[in-house]
Ligand binder design. Sequence first.
Ligand code: PEP
Ligand code: MN
Length: 338
Amino acid sequence: MFLVLRANVPETDRERLIEELRERGITALTVGGNGTRAYALVGSALALETMALEQHPLVEEVIRDPAPYKRASRSLHPEDSVVDLGHGVSVGGERFVVIAGPCAVESEAQLTAAADAVKAAGAHALRGGAYKPRTSPYSFQGHGPEALELLADVSRRWRLPVVTEVLDTADLKHFIGRADVLQVGARNMQNYALLRAVGRSGLPVLLKRGLAATAEELLLASEYILTEGNEKVILCERGIRTYETTTRNTLDLNTVAWLKRNTHLPVLVDPSHGTGVAELVAPLSKAAVAVGADGLLIEVHPFPAEALSDGRQSLDPSTFTTLMQELKPFIAAAGRRP
Ligand code: PEP
Ligand code: MN
């Protein structure tokens, strides 16, 4: 349930009402920034009913919403959130944003070639992993802080905001001042200590859906970040595990459409991990635009065959350039601009 207080309620009256709620086991969470009049009420439904809040003299409106996510919900925040990534790029507004680059930062030559290619093709931001969550501990794990340094340098020179994954709270200090956006990967979607820590960092967070997480669980994970006062959260559908084995994952576009109706947070689609197959990235990218996504996260490598991770799903520069051109009419039809 959400509660909107009347304008100009004196502070002492407001505190008394919150205390009254607390005595009945109901927590009033503020929603929105400073000076907000809106609260999400969390507690027993019965206690809420017996309080007859609709009739309370301080209350302007009661909005009944049984969903467990509160700050991410559209109920109290009907307009889309727009998240600023820096370098003049924001996600969730009129522009359809494409974030592209290699799965992992491998070398300066690889990263600069990738940045050249994605910038020339019209991408708005660069991606690249410094710390890689690999299924096998024997696979390439990323170059760590050295790769973050390279990303920061390339970001400055190419004037592109950079998105990169943080795996562990202990590494966060290396990201500050080097990354523009912190990615929390699928495997860490329910790492609550990490969610709280990226929330406290104040940096924009790209939160990817877990391999076996429901849409509601994704929104509840986002609440951990929002609860720390960080409203710069971007969600990402990256495919879920199903019985289908012809593709690496099954890109769940149902959930993208559902999220766009139920949350104000921007929603990206990652067709690279969603399919695991380079040839399927273009058709699923177009489908993502059509279903209402706010942008794409795409893996691009100067030489996919030589990639140290995810080469099979990475586009080469010329295929990516063609895709960016082919997306234009879809973006226009969706009422967005490239
Ligand atoms: C990635 O973006 O390279 C990645 C590891 O993504 P996910 O967490 O979705 O598997
Ligand atoms: Mn990858």
